[in-house]
Design a protein around this ligand. Structure first.
Ligand SMILES: C[S@@+](CC[C@H](N)C(=O)[O-])C[C@H]1O[C@@H](n2cnc3c(N)ncnc32)[C@H](O)[C@@H]1O
Length: 205
């Protein structure tokens, strides 16, 4: 099987770069990779970065793994040395990571949880921001994309009310260096208008 060969072992969380071979210069994290299009593209384009890609949806995990290795090669085909998979809740991993270890965080088209009673499930949440800020290096970039009007307004509101992250207003066109995702393609085909935030962890926190 491919997953055991690419799985990010929780025992590595204290020294996450040790999970990669060779040890990369930077550590990146993607939350909710869906079919894995963005994770694969980033890992291929940036061999200097080790990317931990998180996804709990089994079909997404299978989609990524099946694109990484040909059928029949699950046990032996080469896998990217700079890509590791976390198949549980990304928040569990984030809580286990050391301070200031991440150079970049990707949150692309997260589940919007539009109902008011589900607000606590949103990944962009005032309660989680201190923990996200803790694991990001000063100056590290956090990329967020959403096509959901409720979530877009929510991200703008949450970012405006905190001091951990700063950045320009969101872009309305996907910036260079942001590989496309399947969910984004669906949103565009349905006529929805994504927003793309790139905020940085403030140097002083
Ligand atoms: C709307 S999909 C977007 C997928 C992908 N980023 C894209 O743009 O195509 C959101 C994904 O995030 C995953 N997800 C939600 N919460 C998560 C969490 N706490 N940890 C890991 N994955 C999560 C879901 O399983 C789902 O596949």
């Amino acid at each position: 099987m491919t997953l055991p060969r690419m799985h990010f072992d929780a025992a590595r969380a204290a020294d996450p770069l040790s999970a990669f071979a060779p040890r990369p210069a930077e550590l990146w994290l993607e939350v909710g990779f869906g079919g894995g299009e963005h994770a694969r593209a980033q890992a291929a384009a940036h061999p200097e970065a080790g990317l931990i890609a998180c996804e709990v949806f089994i079909n997404g995990l299978c989609a990524l793994l099946s694109r990484l290795v040909p059928e029949g090669g699950e046990a032996s085909a080469p896998v990217p040395g700079n890509l590791r998979i976390w198949d549980q809740d990304a928040r569990v991993l984030i809580r286990a990571l050391p301070d200031a270890c991440l150079d970049r965080l990707f949150l692309l088209f997260p589940d919007p949880w539009p109902k008011a009673r589900h607000v606590k499930r949103r990944f962009v949440h005032p309660g989680l921001l201190p923990e996200i800020a803790r694991v990001l290096k000063p100056g590290a970039e956090w990329r967020i994309a959403s096509d959901d009007p409720t979530y877009q307004a929510w991200v703008a509101e949450v970012l405006a009310a905190q001091d951990f992250f700063a950045g320009p207003p969101p872009a309305t066109v996907r910036p260079d260096g942001w590989p496309p995702t399947r969910y984004e393609a669906k949103a565009l085909a349905a006529g929805r208008a994504p927003l793309y935030w790139a905020v940085r962890h403030r140097l002083s926190g």
